[in-house]
Write a protein that binds this ligand. Structure first.
Ligand SMILES: NC(=O)c1ccc[n+]([C@@H]2O[C@H](COP(=O)([O-])OP(=O)(O)OC[C@H]3O[C@@H](n4cnc5c(N)ncnc54)[C@H](OP(=O)(O)O)[C@@H]3O)[C@@H](O)[C@H]2O)c1
Length: 283
């Protein structure tokens, strides 16, 4: 599982102005072993930032995809102050040009990508379908679904250069058709009947789950494992801080799936139930 792809991480730090956040302190160190390389989208706050930090703490070089550059720079600075190789990357998943430039920079600096965590996501109103506009559903899909397709397809050439590619899609129990049909949270975090019907969000995460299975099947031959993670109910901006888990706790299952060993699971949907391996959720 050594990170020795043909285009391993070099010490180059050339940055395109369009995709760079300024670097506040040098973090590139000469190293005999090449670090594994990860990209986390939406890494400037919340669960994404916690995932990025935990991957960095495992010795990875972590690119922090950030739509909001100001917050991205702050996250980069904090992680680098902790000794991690964190690199802020301007990346709006709904903007193909920033995605393309992000892929170009990762290729120039690191030559390959080992881990892609599609974390960037937006919520939607909790209205029932008949009170939800098609435009709201479309807006939610732009980030939570089409953005993921854009990012995966742009990064696939770099992931294929890895000897152990991993893709983790941050989904939600609210995207489980089984949970929605039963009106029941299989993780037990929410009491029966309490599921709100956030139409745009739930349908987008259900579509993301379908994409997870389809990419997993396609990329199996390349040795790239593709899984979906539900982080649990985490206190972040997306739910106005109502969750009962911390972002660090929510990052646990995504990090587990991002660091699966060779021959590990693929095309699964894993949720947080407090156990080390998490719980397999129904699609
Ligand atoms: N919190 C929970 O209980 C929970 C449960 C299940 C699943 N999730 C999922 O976990 C993921 C992270 O959410 P969170 O809870 O950490 O919420 P959050 O704190 O609101 O973070 C969302 C992140 O996504 C980024 N983002 C949104 N649209 C983007 C775009 N077009 N391009 C790039 N980045 C974009 C945001 O960046 P900006 O700063 O630019 O807005 C932010 O960094 C989401 O996919 C969410 O659906 C969360």
């Amino acid at each position: 599982m050594s990170p020795t792809g043909p285009h391993g991480a070099g010490a180059r730090t050339t940055r395109s102005a369009a995709t760079s956040c300024p670097v506040t302190s040098p973090a590139t160190r000469p190293s005999v072993t090449r670090p594994r390389v990860a990209l986390v989208t939406g890494a400037n706050k919340g669960i994404g930032r916690a995932v990025a930090r935990q991957l960095g703490e495992r010795g990875m070089r972590v690119y922090l995809g950030a739509r909001d550059e100001e917050r991205g720079r702050t996250a980069e600075r904090e992680l680098r102050e902790g000794g991690l190789d964190a690199r802020c990357l301007r990346l709006d998943v709904t903007d193909e040009s920033t995605v393309g430039l992000a892929a170009k920079r990762i290729e120039e600096e690191s030559g390959r990508l080992d881990v892609l965590v599609n974390n960037a996501g937006v919520g939607s109103s909790s209205h029932v379908p008949s009170r939800t506009s098609a435009d709201e559903v479309r807006q939610t899909f732009e980030t939570n679904v089409f953005g993921v397709v854009t990012v995966i397809n742009a990064l696939l050439p770099l992931l294929r250069r890895s000897d152990a590619g991993r893709i983790v899609n941050i989904s939600s129990m609210l995207g489980s058709l089984t949970a929605l049909a039963d009106d029941r949270d299989p993780t037990g975090a929410l009491p029966p009947g309490s599921l709100p019907p956030p139409t745009g969000y739930s349908t987008s995460k259900a579509a993301l789950n379908a994409l997870t299975v389809l990419y997993a099947r396609e990329l199996h031959e390349d040795g790239i494992l593709v899984n979906a993670a539900c982080p649990g109910f985490v206190a972040t901006d997306i739910n106005g801080g109502q969750g009962h888990l911390t972002p660090d706790q929510g990052a646990r299952i995504p990090v587990l799936l991002a660091t699966l060993p060779e021959g590990g699971r693929t095309a699964t949907f894993i949720g947080s139930d407090g156990s080390p391996a998490g719980v397999e959720l129904p699609w």
